[in-house]
Ligand binder design. Sequence first.
Ligand SMILES: N[C@@H](CCC(=O)N[C@@H](CS)C(=O)NCC(=O)O)C(=O)O
Length: 205
Amino acid sequence: MITLFHGQGSCSLAVKAALALTDVDYQVTKVNLGEGEHLSDEFKKINPLGKVPAIEVGGEFLTEGAAILLHLAERAPNAKLLPEEGSIARAEAYKWLMFMYSNVHPHYARAFVPGRYGDDEADVKTKAEDALHNLFAMIDEQLGDNDFINGKELSLADLYLMVCIHWEGVLSKSITGTYKNIARYKQHMFEQPVIGEIYRTEYAN
Ligand SMILES: N[C@@H](CCC(=O)N[C@@H](CS)C(=O)NCC(=O)O)C(=O)O
């Protein structure tokens, strides 16, 4: 049994989607970010950084979304969350996963909570939004006619990209209103039964 510590609407949605795509036994424990539960002493025993996602597996805690996703892909190979081991396609999937985690996510953090990153919040947010649009323009180009970020097959990188698109409401210029390949991609992802359901039910309870 895996327990996912999940913040509603947060990057841990990628892990929630990955778990739902596998045959792994899991349960979700909600961490209310709005009420600061992630900053409690109790949660900091799970992740000293006070961030979601985290999973508990076999009495051990694992943090960092990318590490968790990669672990799930290894643990549930039947779910085919990554292309064939050793292939260039798999390396490309890693690249896009890291692209989201190390480029896109940090700029979103600045757009969501600019006051953490500088005294001139408007300036921090504007620069973050500009950087995000540069990154999404690259993603839009990569998507081209592809159904998924890596080409024809879904991979872990898509699960994280969906979260990054889902956050577009914090931006003054929307992503799906600006990039037509991304808009088509989002629609296509919503039509995937498991992923569509995860997003449709995320705010249901
Ligand atoms: N590098 C971490 C970043 C996790 C992260 O930033 N999580 C956000 C939610 S998307 C969070 O818990 N934020 C709470 C806070 O920073 O106060 C990972 O990829 O797991």
